[in-house]
Design a protein around this ligand. Sequence first.
Ligand code: HEM
Length: 225
Amino acid sequence: MGSFGKFINSSIGKKLTMAVTGSFLIIFLIVHLIGNITLFFGPEVFNGYVLTLDIVKPLIRVIEVVLLSAFILHIFNGTKLWIENKRARGVKYKINSSSENSDVFSRTMFLTGSIVFIFLVTHLGTFFWRFNVYDPMGLANHHQYFDIVVHFFGIWWYVLLYVVAVLLLGFHLNHGFQSAFQTFGWNHKKYFTLVEKIGTLYAIVMAVGFASMPIYFFFFCGGNQ
Ligand code: HEM
């Protein structure tokens, strides 16, 4: 294995991979939330937004490949780190409970990440698939993207999955944000409290922002299934 391979497989290499891919996903979520806010402005605005994305399709496809790679690396490395930590802790911290050394957000990263992953697969299997590949309702062919969202946000279990998953996503981001800063070495005592506060604010805005859409459409646009 070359020296780059060795570095990537080292403990710090894995942490750095988590921080770099995580930062990319943090930025993606901001862009995604801003785009989705067009849902609140009705069908013309939202369908117009989706069609505008279509104009720059080659660029979007490149971003999607980078995004998919970031997700895969993030999930693969996160799972590896979790297994390694579990093995190490099994022996060392039998007496000292881990709750004395870390908070609930850092201890539940694997759990919250796994639930967000299940959400993501469901999310892409419905919206992404129907918008871009095949929509059995035939709405995407007529550019009625808004109606696809309204349909799914009318299904109670789908809405429940979204709300639970994005709240847990908030937990995941709350720790992930400050953890990335720490890995990059931007953890000066003077500024770190500020970084933690910005991370918490970011996590709350993302959780509340993404949860507001399914809740709004379910309760105010005729959820009945
Ligand atoms: C709850 C509110 C959300 C709504 C209404 C929503 C809506 C959508 C829609 C309509 C698409 C298809 C876009 C297109 O192909 O033109 C999409 C794609 C996607 N969403 Fe979401 N989303 C939400 C939350 C999330 C969250 C929380 C995540 C990440 C954890 C996420 C990750 C993605 C990804 C990775 C894609 C594929 C990216 C792309 O090809 O553009 N979404 N979403």
